[in-house]
Design a protein around this ligand. Structure first.
Ligand code: 5CA
Length: 442
């Protein structure tokens, strides 16, 4: 991508409304624009990151055996009257009437709708286990939307819903998703700690939140300090292996870790004082086992191997991609801007032409740009006629992991500088070596 043809509305000044660093940097780097309270446009740079986050989430959901579909954002009130949540959900639900005066709502979550999909088609235990997910916009009329897309009113959610014949099967589904979540967050460059959590309006009694430690986080968490270091299940884990998945889950749950709602002072105090960690964090995922709460109310049942009807056991599993993007920034930035993990960087490399219009600089940059792009690397070429200082500042702000800097002096020797955004280390090398460095790192 040539910057001269891109749409990157960088802000020079610090926006006053931004209270936390991720919100400030997302506005300054031209990633998002607020449209009204808690409602955002994802500008091209932000959209690139969001797409990469979603791609990783999708790969790990698919790996675990979940199957993707897409449900609508607008739902009819009738479905929610069946489950009893239409009245119970309260003011967070945005209620709308269509031209026929029929009550509708902008979905805050999809348990009812997926249960309706399930009951329309699935009649036999032979079709189980089943886990269906989508990545879709939600709306919750939060009293206090804040921190940009961290807590917004319209936000993206990956929500998965599992269906099993009995509690045992549902526990396996839960453990499988638990392992998939550990892998997902790790690939996003994050350490998200699973903690016992309250189930709130979703219901049920088994639930974990995945929390990233951050001072600006809105959740209060308590755990053993060693709990923040852990192994991630490998890609070749057998998600169908009940014992393997239970092992991963139990390795976790054997140690005390809880959010403030579930906080058990006695259990926490049983940890030696020097090993206790109480901190703040950002909830990036939340999983629930709620048994037959919706399937019973809405008649989702299958014929079992015994020939009898069984109400199915369900769980739901959420991740917030539009919250993950600022969470990654909270965890990875410096005073100059964002430092993206390679897996979600909007551009893996930026080429900085320090003297656009200079024949030798242009030729070197064009060569690097052409070859690196051909190798499949997402590369941004700053071919604008801004001064070099402004180009350096922009490159640092938008946080591509590698910068290739071409100035007249080095280009005269057939060389460019390669800068690592994270460490700040600069290395001079030939144009060919720079191409190889960026292209083969892929
Ligand atoms: N149906 C269940 C799980 S599928 C559910 O709705 N769970 S939730 O309420 O915990 O939301 C799931 C995830 O969505 C949260 O972990 C969080 O990452 C994200 N999320 C929830 N509310 C917001 C919000 N207002 N802004 C941004 N992300 C949000």
């Amino acid at each position: 991508m040539r910057l001269s043809r891109y749409f990157l509305p960088i802000l020079k000044e610090n926006p006053k409304e931004a209270e936390i660093v991720s919100h400030r940097l997302m506005l300054r780097a031209g990633m998002i624009k607020q449209q009204s309270a808690g409602i955002y446009t994802w500008l091209p740079l932000g959209k690139r990151v969001l797409d990469k986050v979603n791609a990783i989430i999708r790969e790990e959901q698919n790996r675990s055996g979940a199957v993707e579909l897409l449900m609508p954002t607008l739902q009819s009130a009738e479905l929610w009257q069946e489950s009893g949540r239409y009245d119970a959900y309260g003011k967070e639900m945005l209620r709308i009437k269509d031209r026929q005066d029929r009550p509708m709502l902008y979905g805050p979550t999809n348990e009812e709708m997926i249960t309706d999909v399930f009951r329309s088609f699935v009649k036999s235990y032979k079709d189980l286990p089943l886990n269906l997910y989508h990545i879709q916009l939600k709306f919750r009329d939060e009293i206090r939307p804040r921190f940009g897309t961290m807590r917004s009113r319209e936000f993206l959610m990956k929500d998965a819903y599992s269906f099993d014949l009995n509690r045992e099967g549902a526990e396996h589904a839960y453990n499988r998703m638990f392992a998939a979540y550990l892998r997902t967050f790790s690939r996003l460059g994050l350490r998200a700690i699973p903690m016992r959590a309250d189930t709130g309006p979703i219901g049920g009694n088994l639930s974990h939140e995945f929390i990233i430690l951050a001072e600006t986080g809105e959740s209060e968490v308590f755990c053993h300090k060693d709990f923040v270091d852990f192994d991630i299940p490998p890609a070749d884990s057998d998600f169908n292996d009940v014992a393997e998945m239970r092992g991963i889950f139990e390795q976790w749950t054997s140690r005390y870790a809880a959010t403030s709602e579930m906080h058990d002072e006695a259990a926490f105090n049983a940890i030696p004082e020097t090993d206790r960690l109480s901190a703040r964090g950002i909830e990036v995922g939340h999983i629930f086992y709620f048994g037959t709460k919706y399937s019973e109310a809405m008649g989702a049942k299958v014929q079992g191997p015994d020939g009898k009807e069984h109400i199915v056991h369900m769980g739901s599993y959420g991740i917030g991609p539009t919250r993950l993007v600022p969470a990654i920034i909270e965890a990875s930035h410096d005073e100059n801007g964002i430092i993206w993990p390679k897996s979600v960087a909007p551009f893996e490399a930026v080429i900085i032409n320090m003297k656009a219009g200079d024949a030798a600089c242009d030729a070197a940059c064009e060569k690097i740009y052409g070859e690196v792009a051909k190798a499949g690397v997402d590369v941004l070429y700053d071919d604008t006629d801004e001064r070099a200082g402004a180009k350096f500042a922009t490159a640092d702000l938008i946080g591509a992991p590698v910068q290739i800097i071409a100035g007249p002096r080095s280009v005269a020797n057939g060389e460019v500088e390669v800068k690592d955004r994270k460490t700040g280390e600069r290395e001079t090398m030939t144009v060919e070596a720079a191409i190889a460095r960026v292209a083969t790192a892929n």
